[in-house]
Design a protein around this ligand. Sequence first.
Ligand SMILES: *Cc1c(COP(=O)(O)O)cnc(C)c1O
Length: 409
Amino acid sequence: MFNPDTLSLFKNTETPFYFYDLQLLNQTLIACKKAADKFGFHVHYALKANFNQKILDAVFQQGFGADCVSGNEVKAAIKTGFNPEKVVFAGVGKSDREINEALDLDIFCFNAESVQELEVINILAGKKNKIARIALRINPNVDALTHKYITTGLEENKFGINQWELAACVNAFKECKYLEFMGIHFHIGSQITNLDVFKSLCIKANEIHQWFNERGFQLKILNVGGGLGVDYHHPDENPIVDFDSYFQIFDKFLERKPGQEIHFELGRALVAHCGSLISRVLYVKNGLKKNFLILDAGMTELMRPALYQAYHMIERLNGYQMSEIGSQISDLKSQASNLLSPTSNLQPPITKYDVVGPICESTDCFGKEVELPQTKRGDLIAVRTAGAYGEVMASGYNLRDRVKFLYLQ
Ligand SMILES: *Cc1c(COP(=O)(O)O)cnc(C)c1O
């Protein structure tokens, strides 16, 4: 991801900025598409993970559909070129304006999240004399075994329709003549790394599918959402998610009727690894118990650590300069223990730092006790695997500038 060319580019670029490796992005998209095509699965990209235009363009070029959670995302997808027939729209709180816009754009399907929403969509579609296609987002009460802040498929979560409300939905479909019932939808959480969770989801989805069949409904689509996790700890060893294993689970455990379409909505797994937040060290603060690296990027550029206690690998980018090695040698010489130790060599000493941002919040911290080579003011730092839920969550808190970005084509 980083080579001498990108590093020299970084040296002349004002920090902080997001760096996107579009080559890695394309390799990831191609790997996912190939794995999904094997089973005839449809994949929608969840725009909320990253709607940087270059990223949307690449995703569109590779033939994905779009999964949107706001009216503006629906509009952004269609403006990028996504065929409305490949756009789905979820969200617990779709406003009337957003529903109207999506109806005007003739999107493929609304993923409806409550009985009341069904009634509202029916009224708004009726006024336009249109039929709205609907999948029911059902809360399957399956534990995603991920961080509780990014769990969405338990009964205590606000998302989706609970199973005891399905009978009311069936009645609503009988009464609402501007709705076409297309199928069922699930999305149980994010950063799911235990694939057994998806097996549990399949088993639950089969039961619910069966429930509808018994009541005379044939479902055209089964949408199992997204949530596939990435390896935040080893971005260089595992830059591309194992999409084959993921799709195989659904091929094996999800019961599918002839002609039925299986849809997915992946966000993080497609874009996380291609992005890094690049920042410079402003100050090094050595305390009694702790050393702090104070960066020029903070939670205003990357909120995940503050918001979800998320881990990101942190790397110092500039290689050791000769002059630094020179000073290390004299350091080592002055330390008898190091001279006696057979393992002593010219490796830079490792120091533990709390890597923090400049924002006036104690949660503005990218990592605690991070082991890095001794670092000084002006050094470049990469916060890795920041392509998903990074730039899109940037805020103007503390009246900060909007974060910039740079691409590797
Ligand atoms: C966020 C979201 C996704 C994508 O989740 P990832 O964990 O990024 O794959 C898919 N579907 C819905 C409805 C979402 O809200």
